[in-house]
Design a protein around this ligand. Structure first.
Ligand code: HEM
Length: 261
């Protein structure tokens, strides 16, 4: 048997190309699966960068954390742009194969859920489901503080008045917006010459949150383009459900404090 070229062997390219298996002959289905795979892998790439940023914060290396947050942001921009390729599919082309999806829906993606958990969106029902019968990746993630928890813990160690219950809570418990955390960000932005690292960290975190919201907003537009008012395969009412999700903001006080700036 001839040996596969090293390019193929190194990254298992032959196996990779066996994974896209359309269930219909419809024109758009192969691209739909390819893009779903690309997005899954990029979710993991972003989560990995955020994990490294979180570790840097744990050793008080804010500059290192900012580098990895910036790396995550680059990949997030690619994730937003990937929707462009999906939009090459006309709504009637999607209709031609949508039934083969059954009840498959992106909200069953454990890589996406892990990314939401790293970012700090850990609502009780998602946490319970993940701990009950979720992918091991999710249980591993829930044993760690979110990247926002890690940032607040870092700021507390730097002497900022972050409330004790925000820094000492169990990682399975979601951070809830707190007025005293808003005060901390306000202090940093009112005196950035005194707190340049904390200011840089805030801007880097905000960019990650901003790009995440761009992804959600673009997904909603794609859904309206493909489905109009139809319900989703996971049983939600589709666009209205996603519109409500779009209201959510990661790192909440980083958005709200600026009203007072
Ligand atoms: C034609 C393309 C797409 C349509 C029409 C669509 C539609 C929807 C709808 C209606 C929902 C709400 C849940 C439900 O009832 O299914 C949803 C959720 C979701 N979709 Fe898509 N989707 C598309 C492509 C994708 C792709 C390519 C991905 C990424 C791999 C993706 C990731 C997600 C995620 C992660 C959620 C859950 C969001 C959350 O829990 O906050 N979607 N999608």
């Amino acid at each position: 048997m001839t040996r596969a070229p090293e390019y193929v062997a190194y990254a298992h390219m032959d196996q990779l190309h066996e994974l896209q298996r359309p269930r219909s002959d419809a024109r758009g289905e192969l691209n739909f699966i390819l893009l779903s795979h690309v997005k899954e892998l990029l979710f993991r790439a972003v989560a990995d960068d955020l994990d490294v940023a979180r570790k840097a914060l744990a050793r008080d290396d804010a500059a290192g954390a900012c580098l990895d947050l910036a790396r995550a942001t680059r990949t997030q921009r690619v994730l937003v742009t990937v929707w462009e390729s999906m939009n090459g599919m006309a709504a009637d082309e999607f209709v031609a194969f949508r039934q083969v999806l059954g009840d498959a829906s992106g909200n069953q993606s454990f890589a996406y859920r892990a990314l939401e958990f790293v970012m700090g969106n850990r609502p009780a029902h998602q946490v319970e489901a993940a701990l009950r019968d979720g992918h091991p990746m999710l249980r591993d993630e829930l044993a760690k503080p979110s990247v926002y928890d890690a940032a607040l813990q870092y700021l507390a160690r730097q002497g900022f008045a972050v409330p004790a219950d925000c820094v000492a809570k169990p990682p399975t418990q979601q951070h809830e917006p707190h007025p005293l955390v808003e005060d901390v960000w306000l202090e940093i932005y009112r005196d950035r010459d005194r707190y340049p690292e904390a200011h840089r960290l805030a801007e880097s975190l905000l960019e990650v949150a901003y790009q995440f919201s761009c992804w959600r907003a673009t997904h909603l537009l794609v859904v309206e383009r493909m489905l109009g008012g139809k319900s989703g395969t996971a049983g939600t009412d589709g666009a209205p459900w996603l519109r409500a999700i779009n209201e959510h903001r990661f790192f909440p006080e980083l958005w709200t404090f600026r009203t007072r700036l």
